[in-house]
Each structure stands twice: as structure tokens, then as C-alpha cells.
Ligand binder design. Structure first.
Ligand code: FES
Length: 103
């Protein structure tokens, strides 16, 4: 089960520099295309849970609309001891689609 990948979007729907919302395995996700590499994270800001898909990318960072904090997606560093962190999901881009594993 842990290795089951679900197609959540078409590759063409997520150009570089863009984010979008998706769902897989019962989880709400935020997809981000950083310079052609697709990352999938929980769609919940580690600061106060605002949906990250309503934010925007600034380089490797996603800027949350909640309080304008920026979080580096590939190199995330916790901002406080209470920070739950940012969950990265396994992802593959195949057959024109974006596929997400359970993680
Ligand atoms: S909820 Fe995202 S910065 Fe505060």
C-alpha cells in the first residue's frame, strides 16, 4: 500500500513556478513546480494551517497567504520547536501525469 501512486493532475496543468491543490490517499495536498521539479507537500501551512495552495512560489520557497511567511520546500527548516514540519510526499511524473505516493 505504501508504494501505491495515484495520478492527481496532468503534468501540463502545473507549469514551473506554479502551485495547485490536489487530493490523494485522503490527504489534501499542495503541488509545486520548482524549476521543472514537482514537489508534493501537505496543503497545510506549518505556521497556522492556512492552505498553501493559495500562496505562491518565490524560488524554492512557498509564501503562505496567512501571515506571509516563506518556507523552503526542498530544504525545509523548522521555524520553532512547535513547528510540525512540512511533509513531503513521494512523487513521480510519468505518462503526462503527476503521481503521488502515500509517503
Ligand atoms: S498560516 Fe501560513 S504563515 Fe501563518
Amino acid at each position: 500500500m505504501a508504494d501505491e501512486f495515484i495520478r492527481v493532475a496532468n503534468e501540463a496543468d502545473l507549469p514551473p513556478g506554479e502551485v495547485m491543490r490536489a487530493e490523494a490517499h485522503g490527504n489534501e495536498l499542495c503541488l509545486a513546480n520548482i524549476d521543472g521539479t514537482v514537489y508534493v507537500i501537505s496543503n497545510e501551512c506549518p505556521h497556522a494551517s492556512w492552505p498553501l495552495d493559495s500562496g505562491y512560489l518565490d524560488g524554492e520557497e512557498i509564501v503562505c497567504p496567512g501571515h506571509n511567511m516563506a518556507f523552503n520546500i526542498p530544504n525545509y527548516v523548522k521555524v520553532s520547536p512547535y513547528d510540525p514540519g512540512m511533509k513531503l510526499y513521494p512523487v513521480k511524473v510519468e505518462d503526462g501525469g503527476i503521481w503521488v505516493g502515500e509517503g
